[in-house]
Design a protein. Structure first.
Length: 317
């Protein structure tokens, strides 16, 4: 019954733009080919645009925690090793290899960590102390780290956390040393209440979904200096996810409680200003879009939906 319900939900899960606005994406109803592979709650998704792979992190008892699909929607393989409760997932491609980064918010022996895996699921690196919730006093001691973004240089940006003690944005070097740290718990400039997602633009700016403060905050990637914030687009619901489109013209923001993807105009160089909503994709009720990722080669947007327990693919028109 659940499968039939999800299929009906999917059938109605069309993308309708806001009134008078252009439609920019359409749902790829053929992705994935066999939705039954989603057996848990799908929290996060990451695209390896170079190799045409899509990684999905899901939660649940006795379910594979990481599923790997082709961009065409074929299930390839899954892995489960040392992943407890995936929250965010990110794929890094360098000239020599690829790796998959996962934030784990579990409370058991693997939780409170940021982990690097090979594409096949071999654990390569653990940041944080597995099983120990941290305090903001120690940079590499996480408490429910929400998401990670890694640059080609190897520099790492972590938003920590998803409701734990820490409310901060941390930049680490490729040898895992602290470069800078921004944020404490609060509502002021540069403070956070659940920093939930992080991404970078080509102009050296770090964008953070400050979820419970219902705003996006922007920082200088070199210094960690606060550059500005966007709040006027989020009166109905805070931003859960931030990702740029492949051409960096737009920022795609998931809003879980109102089942919406907001598509905002990217800020020009040197000016943050406030947000301008270009259009939005309205999802079906109870879909609950949590985190998204964008195929930076082909432009497709993948949405991890906790409510619908699936990942959906939207193709640019």
């Amino acid at each position: 019954y659940l499968f039939l319900y999800l299929q009906v939900l999917k059938a109605f899960n069309y993308s309708s733009p806001l009134k008078g606005q252009q439609q920019m994406y359409k749902l790829d109803i053929g992705w994935p080919k066999i939705p039954e592979y989603f057996t848990g709650q799908t929290f996060c998704v990451a695209v390896d645009s170079l190799h045409g792979l899509v990684y999905v992190g899901q939660r649940g008892d006795n379910v594979p925690k990481v599923l790997v699909f082709s961009e065409e929607g074929y299930f390839l393989y899954s892995w489960n090793n040392t992943v407890e409760m995936p929250h965010g997932i990110f794929v890094l491609n360098t000239e020599t290899d690829s790796s998959v980064w996962i934030t784990d918010v579990g409370t058991g022996k693997y939780g409170h960590t940021v982990k690097q895996y090979s594409p096949s699921g071999k654990l390569l690196q653990i940041l944080g102390t597995p099983g120990n919730a941290g305090s903001s006093l120690i940079p590499l001691q996480f408490d429910q780290p929400a998401e990670v973004f890694v640059e080609e240089s190897g520099d790492i940006y972590v938003v920590d956390g998803d409701g734990g003690m820490n409310n901060r944005l941390l930049k680490l070097s490729n040898d895992y040393k602290e470069i800078w740290l921004a944020g404490t718990n609060g509502t002021g400039i540069g403070q956070f209440k659940i920093p939930h997602s992080v991404t970078l633009d080509p102009f050296g700016r770090v964008w953070v979904a400050d979820r419970d403060n219902k705003r996006i905050q922007v920082f200088d990637k070199v210094t960690g200096e606060w550059l500005g914030s966007w709040s006027s687009c989020f009166s109905e619901d805070g931003p859960y996810s931030v990702r740029f489109t492949a051409n960096y013209k737009y920022l795609i923001v998931a809003q879980l409680n109102i089942n919406r993807l907001a598509i905002l105009a990217a800020a020009p160089v040197g000016s943050i200003g406030d947000c301008v909503m270009v259009t939005a994709v309205q999802l079906a009720d109870e879909t609950k879009p949590h985190l998204v990722d964008v195929d930076m080669k082909r432009g497709a947007v993948y949405v991890a939906e906790i409510g619908a327990q699936q990942v959906q693919k939207y193709i640019p028109l």
